[in-house]
Design a protein around this ligand. Structure first.
Ligand code: MN
Length: 340
């Protein structure tokens, strides 16, 4: 995932170019990459017209391109009206978000007066020889809130690789999330993070404290890092959290009330006097949030209470928008605590 700042019209063209390149990386053909370019352009134009500028996050993945537009502007007065084709408060052609909705597989928007706007559009590849398949928006199901784990993962400005990593796994009883922050940033941090992710994948069925212990043992040859694992047990309505170093974990209840979870001091790979998991009650309608220290811990779910029923990707985006320190790799991972 990478970020393009959009504060003047020349940067819209840059965002368009980079989104098109990212679509190519994700396996999009010429036509669908063109659709992605159009969506990126509309999102960025919207940032300038309605958001006083902002940022576009671009995430190419296997046959999928996620575009997340974030601004801290006045917010949209009526999201549904703005999403309709032909509507534009800025007096332009009025394609805007209507075009985004037509071309993307799914579009999620959170916007409140005074709180800015977050728009997440997901595009997917299509069979470009099939005209029906190219009209992707109307033929694919929406991306369901509880069906996955949602993350923003952005390198430190100026770096090409991210020293943070995240992953998750799931079985019939629950879901496990894992976040690593390789010490420092850049290539060596990314190598440590990749080693930690590999260790997590070998132990993904284990308890969180066992995962952390296994990662600690498995990344001794690297510069090490901060790690944490959290396991949601659906039937027991609990989450067990084990952390080593500065990875934050919190449960956000539907009221916005935020319960922070406890990590132990240390550096995975080098220094772990004690690895311990702690269990917390976890209702099925809460959100589990984990983030690296590229995001400050000064946030509270109360400020975002209005959007806790929106898609979790939007909360990840807004926490990044509001609490990214801007001088480190930054990762926010959010998942619903309910059984999908
Ligand atoms: Mn960090």
């Amino acid at each position: 995932m990478f970020e393009v700042l959009v504060s003047d019209p020349s940067q819209v063209a840059e965002a368009r170019r980079r989104a098109t390149a990212a679509a190519g990386l994700a396996g999009f053909g010429e036509v669908t990459a063109g659709q992605a370019a159009l969506v990126a352009t509309e999102l960025c134009s919207n940032l300038l017209k309605h958001g006083q500028g902002g940022r576009l996050l671009v995430n190419p993945c296997n046959n999928t391109l996620d575009l997340i537009a974030l601004d801290s502007g006045p917010g949209m007065p009526d999201v549904e009206a703005c999403m309709a084709d032909g509507y534009s408060t800025a007096g332009t052609r009025g394609q805007g978000l209507g075009a985004v909705r037509r071309l993307a597989q799914s579009v999620e928007v959170a916007s409140w007066p005074g709180s800015g706007t977050a728009v997440w559009a997901r595009l997917v590849t299509a069979d470009e020889t099939n005209p029906d398949a190219l009209a992707i928006a109307i033929r694919r199901p929406p991306v369901v809130r509880d069906a996955g784990v949602w993350a923003v993962n952005v390198p430190k400005p100026g770096e090409n690789v991210c020293g943070d990593g995240w992953d998750w796994s799931e079985d019939e009883h629950g879901r496990t999330l894992f976040v690593v922050d390789g010490l420092g940033h850049g290539t060596e941090a990314a190598l440590a993070a990749n080693a930690a992710l590999a260790a997590f994948r070998r132990h993904r069925g284990a308890a969180p404290e066992e995962i952390v212990q296994a990662v600690h043992s498995g990344i001794r040859h690297t510069r090490g890092g901060a790690v944490a694992a959290a396991r949601i047990d659906w039937a027991g309505a609990t989450v067990t959290f084990a952390g080593l170093g500065n990875i934050a974990g919190a449960l956000v209840l539907p009221s916005g009330q935020t319960r922070r979870m406890v990590s132990m001091n240390g550096t995975a790979g080098h220094n772990a006097r004690k690895v311990q998991g702690f269990e917390y009650p976890c209702p099925p309608n809460a959100l589990l949030v984990m983030h690296s220290d590229g995001i400050s811990t000064g946030w509270s779910g109360e400020r975002y209470a209005a959007m806790l029923w929106k898609h979790p990707m939007l909360l990840a985006g807004m926490l990044y928008r509001d609490f990214s320190r801007g001088r480190d790799d930054a990762t926010v991972v959010v998942t619903g605590t309910g059984r999908p």
